[in-house]
Write a protein that binds this ligand. Structure first.
Ligand code: NAD
Length: 290
């Protein structure tokens, strides 16, 4: 299949490379002039999009996506798929989908979870919004770039699923870190706490699979000096998108809002930028009750 790929950053480059390794004809474009193994380099986004059956975008945010969509939609063939895998706000995803549909294209929003390691290994999970027709065409690409694709409904619902998941993740990580810091002060051994919580009703992915306390549970960024993993600033981005979405539909999400504020402080005022999002634990360790 001829595939255009716009946005060859930390995530896009390995995803494009995996598609090329699987035998697809991939032509890519990035403003940073990135060279990717097996991927032909286009001089512009419209050049990458021309004659492609599927054009994949993997970009930083909704504003960049809107700009790129304005450039590539007119260059794409009717009936081809515009597959955005970036994490963006629901409204940008829906507006771009409207523009693409009006031009006779099949838009899909399919943000991912799995991070850079998942992109490299081809084990991402895709949360997909859009029509079955587009999914039928792009389905085989999800199998190459990932291990799972969940159809979440119409355009924008992939982004909705992503931010709801990450709002749960952010709030859960914070409370897991709080609980470890509280346990320390109560004289409760961390390993004992892990053994109890990981098999009791407080269990979660944050505790069981990605424990923020070093030396406990499966290997996680905590065992690696809190090098990401999933960087705190990316968690902040997703919590801001969740907040924006909540405001746009008048939903009450107090813990999501508080999680956003804590990660904002951590990233912008407390040297959390560049640290894994589980580095909230040393942050709480160093603080007293306020
Ligand atoms: P990145 O910053 O490494 O990559 C984005 C790329 O887009 C850059 O190479 C940049 O040069 C390029 N770009 C910017 N403007 C452009 C334009 N107008 N035309 C063409 N290229 C342009 O970011 P990333 O880590 O690859 O993340 C990409 C998306 O995936 C983001 O939306 C992010 O939230 C999401 N995501 C990232 C992770 C992760 O762990 N990194 C995990 C899940 C989702």
């Amino acid at each position: 299949m001829r595939i255009g790929f716009v946005g060859l950053g930390n995530m896009g480059a390995p995803m494009a490379s995996n598609l090329a390794s699987a035998g697809h004809d991939v032509i890519g474009y990035d403003t940073a002039n990135v060279v990717v193994d097996g991927v032909a380099a286009a001089d512009s986004a419209p050049q990458a999009a021309r004659d492609a059956k599927v054009v994949i975008t993997m970009l930083p945010d909704g504003n960049v996506l809107r700009k790129v969509a304005e450039q590539i939609v007119p260059a794409m063939d009717r009936g081809s798929v515009l597959l955005d895998c970036s994490t963006v706000d629901v409204n940008s995803a829906r507006d771009v989908a409207k523009m693409a549909t009006a031009a006779g294209l099949l838009p899909l929003d399919a943000p991912v979870s799995g991070g850079i390691a998942g992109a490299a290994a081809g084990t991402l999970t895709f949360m997909v919004g859009g029509d079955e027709t587009g999914l039928d065409i792009a389905g085989e690409l999800f199998q190459i770039m990932g291990s799972k694709a969940v159809h979440c409904g119409p355009c924008g619902n992939g982004q909705a699923a992503k931010i709801c998941n990450n709002m749960i993740l952010g709030a859960t990580m914070i409370v897991t870190c709080e609980a470890f810091a509280l346990a320390d002060r109560l004289g409760l051994d961390r390993k004992a706490m892990f053994d109890v919580v990981s098999t009791s009703s407080g269990y979660s992915w944050s505790m069981n699979a990605y424990c923020p306390a070093p030396g406990i549970g499966p290997v996680s960024p905590a065992d690696n000096g809190y090098r990401p993993g999933f960087a705190s600033e990316l968690m902040l981005k997703d919590l801001r998108l969740a907040r924006q979405a909540a405001e746009s539909v008048d939903a009450d999400t107090p813990l999501g809002k508080e999680a956003m504020e804590l990660y904002r402080k951590f990233v912008e005022e407390e040297a959390g930028h560049g640290k894994d999002f589980s580095a909230m634990l040393p942050r709480f360790e160093a603080r007293g009750s306020v």
